[in-house]
Design a protein around this ligand. Structure first.
Ligand SMILES: *[C@@H]1O[C@H](CO)[C@@H](O)[C@H](O)[C@H]1NC(C)=O
Length: 347
């Protein structure tokens, strides 16, 4: 007590005019004996604590109601958390990220809308790439290197590191900023420029992008032109299950009516990242990568998605593979690109 209380007592007695003068000190010392001062201070601290607890309780109880009444708030929360662009990256300058063989350009899926695209050529072409413009980059799609269309998550550094790894493994990496169906537009744009025999893979990371990836591949499979493979890094089954295990939900998990307050609002909002449904419509090889110590998308959701995929009729006859990364490697949600096994896994 004395250590924490004394400075406050000094601050309080010292705040009045002339409070620090020797006569002020003398007055305080004489008028209140030390014990009763502590009792008073303790009382006021208890009052303060009570007030803080009260406010916290009110906030805790009102959040579910606010979310239930204005589902758009939840939509914002979900998108802020998972789909936000890394604002700290200047997308016009891939070179600032150490990508000296990347071209930044724009595509127009519809009039008035342009989306930024990055094309990273295989790292062994980096010298040749210096000072080259769009024409040269486009012409490299005619070379014999496979292409990965990467649907990035929100972590800025993760994506850049992964581009470096994939390009050093000899892949072209094409990535873009998009809303839902722009992905199909970019895929078709790319497909038109590629050598017929050249493999084109789709890679989705995490929540939003895993969904966009499975949506896109489902659409392509329905159309009869699936990609050569779908790679899902740290994916999950659907948003309800993910939301249930999100740290935010932990606080409310045991509140009666959790589903009604939170999960129904998500579904009502149509933010349904239903990868578990999509795997029943996909017809190309699927590779799922997941770290056991993933703290954002729990490992068991990736595993569950794999189990669903391996039972899917549309996937029968295609290779469906699940690669877990043990906790000891500490790859968590974003560091699977560090795995030295990646070249073997992708082979
Ligand atoms: C350009 O990138 C390549 C491949 O990542 C790297 O090996 C090379 O050192 C970089 N060159 C410069 C000048 O930064």
């Amino acid at each position: 007590w004395p250590c924490t209380v004394c400075p406050m007592a000094v601050a309080q007695t010292g705040s009045g005019p002339g409070g620090r003068s020797p006569s002020g000190w003398w007055f305080v010392k004489r008028s209140l004996d030390v014990d009763s001062r502590f009792v008073l201070l303790r009382l006021s601290l208890v009052m303060k604590l009570k007030r803080i607890l009260m406010v916290l309780l009110i906030v805790y109880v009102s959040i579910p109601f606010i979310i239930k009444l204005c589902p758009s708030i939840q939509a914002k929360l979900v998108f802020l958390n998972f789909v936000r662009m890394p604002y700290f990256i200047d997308l016009q300058k891939p070179a600032d990220q150490g990508l000296n063989h990347t071209h930044n350009f724009y595509l127009q899926p519809e009039t008035g809308l342009s989306i930024g695209v990055w094309h990273t050529v295989p790292a062994r072409m980096w010298k040749e790439a210096q000072g080259k413009a769009g024409d040269w980059y486009e012409s490299t799609f005619g070379s014999a290197h496979p292409v990965i269309l990467y649907l990035h998550g929100n972590g800025g550094d993760h994506r850049v590191q992964l581009y470096k790894v994939l390009s050093s493994l000899g892949y072209h990496v094409v990535t873009f900023d998009y809303r839902g169906w722009d992905a199909l537009f970019v895929y078709d744009w790319l497909k038109r420029r590629l050598n017929e025999e050249l493999p084109l893979y789709i890679w989705g990371h995490s929540l939003g992008r895993g969904r966009v990836a499975t949506n896109l591949v489902r659409r392509l499979s329905d159309r009869g032109s699936p990609p050569d493979a779908l790679i899902l890094e740290s994916p999950f089954t659907n948003i309800r299950e993910e939301a249930r295990s999100h740290p935010f939900s932990m606080v409310y998990r045991y509140l009666p009516g959790f589903d009604w307050f939170f999960l129904d609002a998500i579904t009502a909002n149509n933010i349904r990242f239903a990868s578990d449904e999509n795997v029943n419509h996909i017809s190309c090889p699927v590779l799922i990568l997941h770290a056991e110590d993933d703290g954002v998308v729990p490992f068991h959701l990736g595993k569950k998605l794999y189990n669903l995929a391996s039972r899917s009729k549309s996937l029968s006859g295609h290779k469906v593979q699940f690669v877990p990364f043990p906790s000891a490697l500490a790859y968590k949600h974003k560091f699977i690109y560090r795995s030295p096994e990646l070249p073997n896994i992708l082979r």
